[in-house]
Ligand binder design. Structure first.
Ligand SMILES: Cc1ncc(COP(=O)(O)O)c(C=O)c1O
Length: 447
């Protein structure tokens, strides 16, 4: 079938190996999305559903934003590609300036990547390059956290802590990586916002520094709120304590803000929301409202200066031997600039902050359902744990299917539902998400 004659239903589902999917069952019973507008999606059977997770946390501004489509189209007409190595175009510099205005402290140097995984991989390499530039090449260890998710490249997989992702590739992971314990304690089951207990889990970093030598650790990477595992909110004081321990040992602190970045917590970044400034910060997803792949690494001025000043390479040779063919390509930059305009014009982070209590109340109103064993949330993100019926890891997807039939779409992981509404949601949309979750979860219980 030529691309001009494409219909909503493909002739064959066999050839596409889908990512992170149960390919066999999907191909027996496909769920194809054909249209998206505002907070709604339509599937190939013509059924309209509300988007309860902003795609994969990517579309907080809603689907089909004309401003973004027009900006990308205009850019492609004018300049579709230019190589990003020792060359460039004005837009990527303008975008870097605008991003740096919103990042906290002196995280003012902006490196473009292709996605969240490549942003994390880049952050890891920049940390290594920084320590080498400072004459500390022996700092090669990285500390991640259980239940963390940082993407699927080898470095990002290794620092991550979601067991199935790590186990499958254990034989080829990066050396020198240790993990702190996750912060989810039994008493956090139905806590709204930041738990009061658990800040002492940060002492795991001190313990690893003692056991392996703080002077050998390059960086510690965490998501301010662990997203993909189902929203684990940091206990009060936890992130601040990580910062203190990093400072004590000269360890760089990396915040992976691929989900929490761009307003999900109600502030531009989790860093500002929780009052802790990292040394390096990664972002992706909402940077372009999800419509063109783009990842970003924001780095402290001092790190950039150290790496670029230490270089003794001849003119024209890179200071950092790292980059991507698609680092900051024109259509991604055009989308991201249009997104920045919308953030500013519509005061989007404030909108997210104002809607958060209403959303969190709605989420916690599901507590009475028999199948619900835990609810957590912060800002415009939340996780709902579902009681398993036979073996662990299936309840999330089984419930997702009932909710999909009830008219709300989102992502599930293991026995958990991940809910992350768009920031353009009005109260009636939040009500609709919660009501359809209630129907779907109840139908799962009855099944
Ligand atoms: C915190 C975090 N980091 C990194 C990634 C990887 O991003 P991508 O899938 O764009 O590579 C994700 C994806 O969900 C994420 O949640």
């Amino acid at each position: 079938m030529s691309s001009q004659n494409r219909t909503n239903i493909p002739n064959s589902l066999n050839e596409h190996w889908m990512p992170f999917s149960d390919n066999k069952s999907f191909k027996k019973n496909p769920r194809l999305i054909t249209d998206a507008k505002g907070v709604y999606l339509t599937n190939h059977e013509g059924k309209k559903m509300i988007d309860g997770s902003s795609g994969l946390f990517c579309n907080p501004l809603g689907h089909g934003r004309r401003e973004i489509t027009e900006a990308v189209t205009k850019q492609l007409d004018k300049l579709d590609y230019c190589q990003p190595f020792n060359q460039g175009f004005g837009g990527s510099f303008e975008l870097a300036t605008r991003i740096a205005k919103k990042t906290p402290g002196d995280l003012n140097k902006i490196f473009y990547t292709i996605c969240g995984s490549t942003a994390v991989e880049t952050a890891i390499k920049i940390a290594v390059a920084y320590h080498r530039a400072k004459g500390n090449g022996h700092r090669f260890k990285f500390i991640g956290r259980e239940r963390g998710y940082h993407g699927m490249n080898i470095g990002a997989t290794t620092v991550g802590g979601m067991i199935n992702n790590v186990k499958a590739f254990a034989s080829i992971l990066m050396p020198g990586v240790q993990h702190m314990r996750h912060t989810h304690l039994p008493e956090h089951k139905f806590v709204k916002g930041q738990p009061e207990t658990g800040a002492d889990m940060a002492e795991d970093l001190e313990r690893l520094a003692t056991n392996f030598g703080g002077e050998n650790i390059a960086a510690c990477i965490v998501e301010p709120i662990a997203g993909s595992t189902g929203t684990l909110v940091p206990p009060k004081g936890y992130l601040k304590r990580l910062r203190e321990i990093c400072d004590k040992h000269g360890i760089l602190l990396i915040f992976d803000e691929v989900i929490t970045g761009w307003g999900r917590t109600g502030s531009a970044f989790g860093a500002q929301e929780f009052g802790v400034t990292p040394d390096i910060m990664t972002m992706a997803k909402a940077t372009t409202n999800g419509v063109v792949p783009m990842g970003v690494v924001a780095v402290k001025d001092g790190i950039y200066d150290a790496v670029t000043d230490a270089s003794s390479a001849p003119e024209g040779a890179p200071e950092l031997f790292h980059g991507y063919t698609y680092s900051g390509i024109p259509c991604a930059v055009a989308a991201a600039l249009a997104v920045q305009d919308i953030f500013d014009k519509e005061d989007i982070f404030k909108k997210a902050k104002e809607m958060s209590p209403y959303f969190q109340d709605g989420l916690h109103s599901l507590k009475d359902l028999d199948a619900v064993t835990g609810i957590r949330g912060y800002g415009m993100m939340g996780g709902i744990d579902i009681k398993m019926k036979d073996k662990p890891g299936k309840a999330g997807f089984q419930t997702f299917k009932h909710c999909y039939d009830a008219g709300v779409n989102f992502k599930s992981t293991g026995d958990t539902l991940i809910i992350a509404p768009q920031f353009i949601c009005e109260k009636k949309h939040i009500d609709e998400i919660i009501e359809k979750l209630r129907t779907g979860i109840s139908n799962y219980s009855k099944s």
